[in-house]
Design a protein around this ligand. Sequence first.
Ligand SMILES: Cc1cc2nc3c(=O)[nH]c(=O)nc-3n(C[C@H](O)[C@H](O)[C@H](O)COP(=O)(O)OP(=O)(O)OC[C@H]3O[C@@H](n4cnc5c(N)ncnc54)[C@H](O)[C@@H]3O)c2cc1C
Length: 438
Amino acid sequence: MTWQNWAGTVTADPARRYWPRTADAIADAVRDAAKAGLTVRALGTGHSFTAAAATAGAAVDLSNWTGIVAADAETGLVTVRAGTTLRQLNADLDTLGLAMPNLGDIDAQTISGAISTGTHGTGAALGGIATQVEALELIMADGSLVTVSATQDPDLFAAARISIGALGLIATVTLRCVPRFRLVADERPMPLEEVLEGFHEFAAGHDHFEFYWFPYGRNALVKRNNRVVASSMSARPPAPPAMPGWRRFLEYEVMENAAFGALCRTGRAVPSLVKPLGRVAAATLSARSYSADSHRVFVTPRRVRFVESEYAVPRDAVLDVLAELRAAVPRLAQPVMFPVEIRVAAADDIWLSTAYSRDTAYIAIHQYVGMAYQEYFAVFESIAATVGGRPHWGKMHTLDAERLAALYPKFADFLRVRDRADPGRRFANPYLEQVLGG
Ligand SMILES: Cc1cc2nc3c(=O)[nH]c(=O)nc-3n(C[C@H](O)[C@H](O)[C@H](O)COP(=O)(O)OP(=O)(O)OC[C@H]3O[C@@H](n4cnc5c(N)ncnc54)[C@H](O)[C@@H]3O)c2cc1C
């Protein structure tokens, strides 16, 4: 059966598939594939826009290998099986009184797919999901199981937290979670100029700040989410109430998905309408403020399919990049249907993290499926290149190992660890050949 990713941009026909239910069975799959001379890839939920998971060899589907193995509410350390989706993880953590400190936009991905590509949310003082990893159990190319952490093979740990599956199959992930918390969400339209002017202040002043810029509109949608803290300890006003279910449905399902989907279909059918429709979408944004459990605020449904490219740039360069992009968009031959999303993250120490060693801003560009995106993405890529932009490992880009080596100070160290962990390239695929070399 042909495998396809969420965006429909990548298909593959694995020669064999395995659905292991135990760590031993994952190891058996690797050994069995090796006997047949096949390369091996783990399948997450296919939410990468790149061909990261694609294989013509053996595909190891971990959807039967889910759930929490161990949890310590005192330390917040939680060990989870690799195929667990973030949705299930969030629900299970909730019942333990725990939560992930930060999350991205959606919760459909597996924990191991999310960390392997450097999935992130937003927060100037926070890193991506892989920074929450304290230990990993890996099935290596010979089928052996090794545990890595900051004290057990620290080099392999620094490489394996974000490895695009190049070093082995992750069997379990141990995460450092935090006590469950609520967020106050504040989402409102603001003039783009005002958002850009206040960007660094907003990023520093809110736990989770991001904004969406609608390429042909004057307004941006600004999201500022902050942790609810006991009112006696806080100068912040009291938290607003939860959003009623009907309003959540209306705003997120009807407006952001059904109505926006209809706009997109119209724009795809009649491209000359894209610019006026974009202006309408930006002008009709409304303000909302509510409080909810953290994961309910972080995650929103994304039912309208799109393609995406995202670059991590040094935070200080973000305004220059956006200025260039704003100048370039009106000159594109084909109009842009989707907004641009801007987020932030703290520097971290994971070798292939897009935020390695630098405070980062993420700029994500999108286009509705079925509409031309190539020129737009190429122009964006060339702008990002001028400031040393690093592409998200799971989102569309054309960089190869040579160019990526110049962007990552620890790239050669990663390759050295890869040579040690997988000298025979059992875990290779064409995407890894592109971004890491053979
Ligand atoms: C609608 C949508 C919203 C998104 N939002 C965000 C966002 O907010 N922030 C962000 O940063 N990204 C975002 N992404 C990108 C997404 O988080 C990543 O592409 C992520 O990798 C997808 O996880 P997955 O489970 O689908 O993994 P897949 O795409 O299936 O696989 C990704 C990689 O991980 C490897 N892998 C999976 N499991 C294992 C394992 N057990 N051991 C070793 N390797 C493994 C695969 O082989 C592959 O190389 C979004 C994508 C979509 C489609």
